[in-house]
Design a protein. Structure first.
Lengths: 285, 391
């Protein structure tokens, strides 16, 4: 019983970290159909900004994180407006090549500016303490991640399906020319969506940093995990990504408790099985 | 100046440059330093570079009256094929007299046949698998091995009423080395290893493993993790899941090394390790070493890799002295086998048989001093040999 509860709790916490890192990519790759392999680099920018603001500038965590997200979104918007928008109509291969190149560039830049060592985000005492769940303890930071993950999933799903902006976004992606003739400001929609995707990546970088420490190679190191979550969840399906992240996180955690000598085998086995069962995403038939 | 004159002038100057540089290189002793200078392990390259250059600068820029030219070669990560090519070039094309460096065991293994054939003395600054020095008689090592630091720690634990221990190591070569060393010595001392956990190398979430350690009923956990993110992740999980409070003691080796130490924050306070070098070691030699490092680069870090390079250059220095700057690999190695000196880590000597460094291993605890985290040495276990080579 204790073991099962441990697996479920740790699996949920790990799954939420996966989701929060992947949700930004779910927006750019899933909703905008733009293959953004520099996603990890945006997460890294957000994380580094938060680390520098909390550690060097001594800002409060609660002020530094929104500032870091705004900064990441602004850098995302700038890159989109100057460079990336020219890639929307190019082939996927060209998008892959460009964004992976961008990721390498940002890795080298980070290495040169901040050095190769791991960056820590200073947590407020409230988040640094363990919380007693009755039968075991869990770091308070994980509870924040679980809460933030649910909140982001709900807010993003609501924006896409219920708001005028969501309608515009889907129209701009499916039929850009028709959408433009109908007077939808496509450029603004694209730029804002990309910036939102970058901002969410930054959030993932900040909140996921407890498990995936920030260092220059962050940008590529965890990319595979993120791509798996988005692929299993289904392109553009935020609830799908959430479910995929939690299922995969639980599988990975269970294998660590019960069969750690097999390494990551079960994580990727689960990915293969889920993709074979629902190739278009967990929640799409 | 007419064009003809200009050509003549530039030819003359070109010849002058070529001739002078040839003259200089004919005298200078060439040392090839092989290590990762780019990619995720680039900080090792920087540590080697700082340690080696600080040593030469501290000797007044010359070793045994000879100019020394350091030639750096970048292996990236663990990459035996490329390392072999680079070292072949260093030996054949650059005609180096000595080699130094090597972070990763497979890279060191790969060059053993080359240095054996060319009789090039090679000083290992880091790679810590016991059997490396067996592969060629031209290897000398100034770092440490996991057996060397683990055996005294296991003896200490057994003597201090720790009966049941769980081992948790990263599932790769050095991790398994560490696990074997601990198991063999600790059971010999009458202790019990209740569970041996091997954690996949790509692990990011350590809470499941830490929960298993908690449930195992052990009094202490002996652990080995590669530096950087895995190290930080494990220590964080150890604290966040309240293991210290549950009375499970942390026993490690290189985990609290000075490169990562400040990043842990207060989470590291009280961690117990056994290791051969602490930047906080109180001796004149260590103060000199740190001063020389800071003079070269104010941000330089004194840790096991930079001290490995510093002592490695000392060994090369003595080999140059013994051969009078002539190329004589056999004579140089014979001289290295009998060396004994005061290193920044304490008194050390080269074991004539294994060509591995014999050094004091210290029991340390992380404490706060001068506003920063340090490895405070609590006791010295005395000189330790490499126990791994007898197996």
């Amino acid at each position: 019983m204790q073991l099962l509860a441990n697996v479920l709790i740790d699996g949920l916490a790990y799954g939420m970290v996966l989701f929060i890192i992947a949700v930004g990519l779910s927006v750019t790759l899933g909703l905008m159909r733009f293959v953004n392999l520099a996603h990890g680099a945006f997460a890294m920018i957000g994380g580094y900004a938060a680390a520098l603001l909390t550690r060097e500038a001594q800002w409060s965590f609660w002020v530094a994180v929104p500032a870091a997200l705004a900064l990441t979104a602004a850098i995302g918007a700038l890159l989109e407006a100057l460079v990336l928008r020219h890639l929307y109509r190019r082939s996927e291969l060209e998008q892959v090549l460009f964004t992976i190149g961008l990721a390498f560039f940002l890795i080298a830049l980070t290495n040169a500016l901040a050095g190769p060592q791991v960056q820590l985000i200073v947590l407020p005492p409230l988040l640094a303490q363990p919380v007693d769940l009755g039968f075991r303890t869990l770091p308070a930071q994980r509870l924040l991640v679980i809460g933030a993950g649910l909140l982001v999933a709900a807010a993003a799903a609501w924006t896409v399906t219920r708001t005028r902006f969501g309608v515009w976004l889907r129209a701009a992606v499916d039929h850009p020319d028709t959408a433009a003739t109908l007077g939808i400001p496509i450029r603004t929609v694209q730029c804002a969506s990309f910036a939102a995707g970058a901002g969410l990546a930054g959030l993932g970088g900040v909140l996921g940093a407890e498990l995936m420490p920030l260092e220059p190679y962050y940008a590529l190191k965890y990319l595979v995990l993120v791509l798996v979550v988005v692929a299993v969840g289904g392109m553009g399906s935020l609830p799908g990504s959430l479910l995929a992240a939690v299922v995969l996180g639980t599988v990975e955690t269970a294998s660590k408790y019960l069969a750690s000598e097999w390494g990551n085998l079960f994580f990727f086995l689960a990915m293969a099985v889920l993709l074979a069962w629902r190739p278009n995403g967990l929640l799409k038939r | 100046m007419s064009s003809k004159h200009r050509i003549a002038a530039s030819l003359t100057s070109a010849c002058l440059i070529a001739c002078t540089s040839f003259g200089a290189s004919a005298q200078a002793i060439k040392v090839g330093i092989v290590g990762p200078f780019s990619g995720p392990f680039a900080h090792y390259g920087t540590l080697f570079k700082n340690g080696a250059e600080a040593y030469i600068a501290a000797q007044g820029g010359k070793l045994a009256g000879k100019d020394v030219e350091l030639i750096y070669r970048d292996t990236g990560g663990p990459n035996p094929g490329q390392t072999k090519t680079l070292v072949q070039e260093l030996i054949v094309k650059d005609k180096v007299d000595y080699l130094g460096g090597f972070v990763f065991t497979p890279n060191a293994f790969a060059v053993a046949p080359l240095i054996q054939q060319s009789q090039t003395p090679t000083v290992i600054f880091n790679a810590a698998t016991s059997s490396i020095t067996d592969k060629s008689e031209f290897f000398v090592r100034t770092s440490y091995t996991l057996w060397q630091v683990t055996v005294p720690l296991a003896q200490w634990a057994a003597k201090n009423n720790i009966k049941k221990v769980v081992t948790a190591v990263t599932d790769y070569g050095p991790g398994i080395d560490a696990e074997t060393a601990w198991k063999s010595e600790f059971t010999k001392q009458g202790g019990t290893v209740v569970e041996s956990i091997r954690m996949p190398i790509s692990t990011t979430d350590f809470s499941p493993f830490v929960q298993r350690i908690k449930a195992s009923g052990a009094q202490a956990v002996y652990t080995f993790l590669p530096g950087g993110p895995p190290n930080l992740g494990f220590v964080k999980a150890y604290n966040e899941n309240g293991l210290a409070k549950a009375g499970i003691q942390f026993l490690g080796t290189a985990e609290t090394d000075e490169f990562d130490l400040q990043k842990f924050g207060d989470a590291a306070l009280g961690l117990t390790t056994a290791f051969h070098y602490s930047a906080w070691h109180d001796s004149t030699a260590n103060r000199k070493f740190i001063e020389a490092l800071k003079k070269r680069d104010p941000n330089a870090i004194a840790n096991y890799a930079s001290v490995g390079a510093w002592d490695g250059m000392f060994v090369i220095h003595k080999m140059i002295e013994a051969t009078g700057g002539q190329r004589d690999g056999l004579k140089a190695i014979a001289a290295a086998r009998t060396l004994a000196w005061e290193s920044p880590r304490g008194p050390v000597r080269i074991d004539p048989k294994t060509r591995h460094i014999v050094q004091n291993v210290y029991l340390r605890k992380v404490e706060k001093a001068d506003g920063q985290l340090v490895n405070k040495e609590l006791q010295s276990f005395g000189p330790q040999i490499d126990y791994g080579l007898d197996k």
